[in-house]
Design a binder for this molecule. Structure first.
Ligand code: MN
Length: 714
């Protein structure tokens, strides 16, 4: 275990301005917080955050990152709170620790390899500060190094799989190849131990057979370069078993040659020396065709720079070499961390904020623009306009920012979307218009009877959801128009004592520019053609009776207050499609009603005593005799009343109590006028039907705090 003073000294060695006191406090805080907890290995738990901090000192990270490493498991596993940390170490550290904790909670859910790409994006999106990702990678590295202590086979496998699929590629993306290689090889050992063993054995055999081949190659290379006057550091590194295995898989070959297992590296002072070394080596040995690559003049998108070449070297061994400067080497090994170090250069620390650019991811993106771009296609900001949510099974669904459960439902499956009735976000029922956030777990509740509502089009933001809802609504609306039109035509013909026939309509439909009978019905339902006109077309000799005849009839029905036998039942018509309930009188089942046809919009239903109807007196052709198909409502319908309430404590709560005791629900409430004694209000309530509403109004009138109650009409 690293000791307290050792850790502090390591940090001070590369950052003399580091906050020594805070590092000490973090060490003690984490040690106390984890107390007697132990790891699977039996070691004190505190050894883990300490090792993670130690790994990060190799990358020369700032004191806030090291402190975060020490504290990274305290929120999850101990009594410590985010407030404690903010209080003791500042908001910067508290936010970093929070970020790492959130990433750690993610890993509990992932098991699907197919989701890897989305999951990686989620991790990036949640690591708003790249230090969060760096601490997380170090955390994962130490957990992988100690993975074998975990007894449960399936748990080890899951962690290794996740490391291979999610974290190793993330390390590669930010250019941290050392960490990536080690993560991959440790995962490989867990996931395919037999394959790794065979690679390791084969490596041992090749090493024995070659004697000190590597020593001889290194000596010769050094001599060649020295004779050419190039000062260089030459080394050889055995490739890790996993990268050998991958090459074998990719190229479908075994490994025999030194070049298969070793990579030689020539480190020089400056770019000129790189080309000088290359020239010397190409002069001394035959070049293997196709192996030369110049990543100095054309760096890789993630900022990697080097010369690569392959030659038939000493003993006619094929060898591969990377030639680069010290700076390029640091970047190749340590990626983002090195970038920061070199970028800061000699001005580092002058304002005490030398790491500030690391704290804002967007800052990095700005500074990494151009050919020096370290973040390759990891344009992290790309994911800032996306959110990633989980299904209850742990699958990740990627959505644009602003997306709602409707979008989520359609992203899961169109069928799920079509039948959505509600959504639980993180276990709690939330409205469908809830804007989803990164990491939300969303459970969609469905019902076979549900179908998309026209409102959803405004709630959804994804093209998929919106177009699906729109298509459904359009189709449904047409169905509704057809069905309403059929009833209107049917009633009109019956009124004249005849049955309507398909054949009769087929003969006249062209006159209404309708391609089919259904289309003719739809045009009637939409209010573009009246039932009367259709009848007159079929029986031209009967002459259309004067239009007033119809009005007289309606007025009679109105006076009698009796349901006309020719009324169109609004059965099966969905409010908001072909029929609309007027927002002036709020008709309820049981009310006497009348329909007003609006061209292109179907029918609006008013109560027969609604004041608004006066304005349609001059257009009798728009009146339609309609009736409820049932006097007793099943579903909740909204109606409105005016109430005058005493202005005294408790009167509003009295009102609410009476409403709820009568099984109604307040859906809206507005104070329209108030003075010293009274206030006037408009209250919208959900009720079943006219009788239910009438009972409620009676109960309200009996309430002392209520001065008067009256149903709203127009
Ligand atoms: Mn940890």
């Amino acid at each position: 275990m690293i000791r307290q003073y050792e850790l502090v000294e390591r940090v001070k060695a590369y950052d003399p301005g580091a906050d020594e006191e805070a590092l000490n406090r973090a060490y003690v805080f984490a040690m106390k917080a984890h107390g007697a907890q132990t790891r699977a290995s039996g070691d004190p738990y505190f050894s883990h955050p300490l090792e993670v901090a130690g790994i990060l000192t190799n990358y020369r990270l700032d004191d806030a990152s090291i402190i975060t490493a020490l504290l990274h498991d305290t929120l999850e596993d101990t009594e410590a709170t985010s407030e404690d940390i903010a209080h003791l170490f500042g908001h910067d550290v508290a936010e970093l620790v929070d970020g790492v904790t959130k990433l750690s909670q993610l890993e509990l859910q992932s098991d699907a390899t197919k989701q890897a790409e989305n999951f990686r994006k989620l991790v990036l999106a949640m690591s708003r500060d790249i230090r969060v990702l760096l601490v997380k990678l170090a955390d994962r590295l130490h957990n992988m190094r100690t993975l074998y202590h975990i007894a449960r086979d399936d748990k080890r496998k899951r962690i290794a799989r996740e490391t291979m699929d999610i974290y190793a590629p993330l390390a590669a993306r930010i250019g941290m190849h050392e960490i990536k290689d080690e993560l991959e090889d440790l995962s490989f050992a867990e996931l395919n131990a037999d394959a790794r063993d065979s690679v390791v054995n084969r490596l041992a055999f090749l090493r024995r057979r070659g004697g000190d081949l590597i020593g001889r190659v290194l000596d010769e290379l050094r001599t060649v370069l020295a004779e050419a006057g190039v000062e260089a550091d030459v080394s050889g590194r055995e490739k890790l078993p996993y990268s050998i295995w991958r090459k074998m898989q990719r190229d479908d070959v075994g490994f025999e040659q030194l070049s298969d297992i070793m990579a030689f590296r020539v480190i020089v002072e400056d770019v000129g020396d790189c080309y000088a070394a290359l020239g010397a080596l190409h002069a001394a040995y035959p070049v293997v065709p196709g192996r030369f690559k110049d990543y100095i003049s054309t760096p890789k998108p993630n900022g990697y720079r080097s010369l690569h070449t392959g030659v038939l070297g000493p003993d006619s061994q094929r060898i591969e070499m990377q030639i680069r400067t010290r700076d390029m080497h640091a970047v190749a090994e340590r990626g983002v961390a090195a970038h920061w170090e070199y970028k800061q250069g000699p001005v580092a620390g002058r304002d005490g904020k030398q790491y500030r650019w690391l704290t804002e991811l967007l800052d990095i993106l700005d500074s990494a623009a151009g050919p020096d771009d370290f973040l390759e296609h990891t344009k992290l900001e790309m994911f800032q306009d996306q959110v990633f949510c989980f299904t209850p099974k742990g699958d990740v669904i990627a959505l644009p920012r602003g997306a709602t459960p409707i979008d989520f439902a359609y992203a899961v499956h169109s069928e799920v979307g079509d039948h959505t009735v509600g959504a639980k976000v993180n276990g709690r029922m939330g409205p469908l218009r809830t804007v989803l956030r990164n990491g939300d777990q969303v459970e969609i509740l469905t019902s076979k009877n549900q179908s998309p509502s026209p409102e959803w089009e405004h709630i959804a933001v994804t093209g998929k959801a919106r177009s699906r809802v729109r298509r459904f609504v359009r189709g449904e609306r047409r169905q509704q128009y057809v069905s309403l039109g059929r009833q209107i035509v049917d009633k009109e013909f019956r009124r004249e004592g005849v049955e309507v026939t398909e054949k009769a309509l087929a003969a006249v439909r062209d006159r209404f520019r309708a391609g089919s009978t259904d289309e003719l019905y739809a045009r009637v339902g939409e209010g573009r053609v009246t039932g009367r006109e259709v009848y007159a077309a079929v029986y031209p000799e009967s002459r259309v009776k004067d239009r007033l005849g119809k009005v007289v009839k309606l007025a009679t029905a109105r006076r009698r207050g009796r349901r006309s036998e020719h009324a169109v039942p609004i059965r099966g018509l969905i409010p908001g499609m072909a029929v609309h309930f007027a927002k002036c009188c709020y008709p309820l089942p049981g009310d006497r009603i009348v329909g007003i046809v609006t061209t292109g919009k179907g029918v609006t239903i008013h109560t027969i005593d609604c004041d608004t109807l006066e304005s349609f007196a001059d257009t009798p052709e728009r009146w339609l005799d309609v009736a409820w198909d049932t006097e007793v409502g099943e579903e909740n319908q909204i109606s409105r009343f005016k109430v005058v309430l005493l202005n005294e404590p408790g009167s509003l709560s009295n009102l609410a109590t009476v409403i709820s005791k009568n099984g109604a629900n307040i859906s809206n409430l507005k104070i329209t006028h108030r003075n010293v004694d009274f206030f006037d209000m408009l209250v919208d309530v959900e009720v079943r039907d006219r009788r239910h509403f009438a009972n409620l109004l009676a109960a309200l009138r009996a309430t002392p705090a209520i001065n008067s109650v009256e149903r709203a009409r127009g």
